[in-house]
Write a protein that binds this ligand. Sequence first.
Ligand SMILES: N[C@@H](CCC(=O)N[C@@H](CS)C(=O)NCC(=O)O)C(=O)O
Length: 212
Amino acid sequence: MILYDYWRSSAAYRVRIALNLKGLQAEHRFVHLRRGEQRAPAYRELNPQALVPTLVVAERRIAQSLAIIEYLEERHPLPPLLPAGAEDRAWVRAIALAIACDIHPLDNLRVLQYLENTLKVDAPTRDAWYAHWIREGFDAIEAQLASRPTARYCFGDEPTLADVCLVPQVANARRVKLDMAPYPRIAAVNDACLAHPAFEAARPEKQPDAEL
Ligand SMILES: N[C@@H](CCC(=O)N[C@@H](CS)C(=O)NCC(=O)O)C(=O)O
């Protein structure tokens, strides 16, 4: 398996966590997003959306982090990243999708670049945009977590797809110094995850292409 990856990509970070949780190895090839390598013709051929991650497996190209993770889940079911019951699986997916569909895309690099370069938004306004969409999402996720009994992870005592998506989003929030005080459940789950070796090894600053 080859994972096209970038240390600061939170979507790639999700896949790194999932691979680690399942004990799977991939060859990592790095796509430098700040230098625009995702838009190079050779990469676009692999991933026409010009986004990371992309997983290449047996000459098939899989785009979209959640499609990649669901693929890994189907091929390597243990340990499971989704709980057993249909309603519980839906609950976990709802947290994952709230992050992957409703928070993350609004704060993606190309969106921020469009705000800055095309709409001529200044840096403080861009940063306010970034924080606004995380807060909107985290307000709801905090309430969803609070609706269940307190547990180590988002859902119970084993990590699931919800944690796989939450931790990279918290890393983004911390990077922009978002006040996490209103989100004690999210912060506690994040701390528990980061104490897990699979999450720890996937951290951006631990990646070979990290620029610190
Ligand atoms: N929904 C996609 C999002 C992928 C995505 O947005 N990746 C970002 C990095 S986290 C990217 O490649 N950005 C490049 C750009 O904005 O030009 C997924 O989950 O894989």
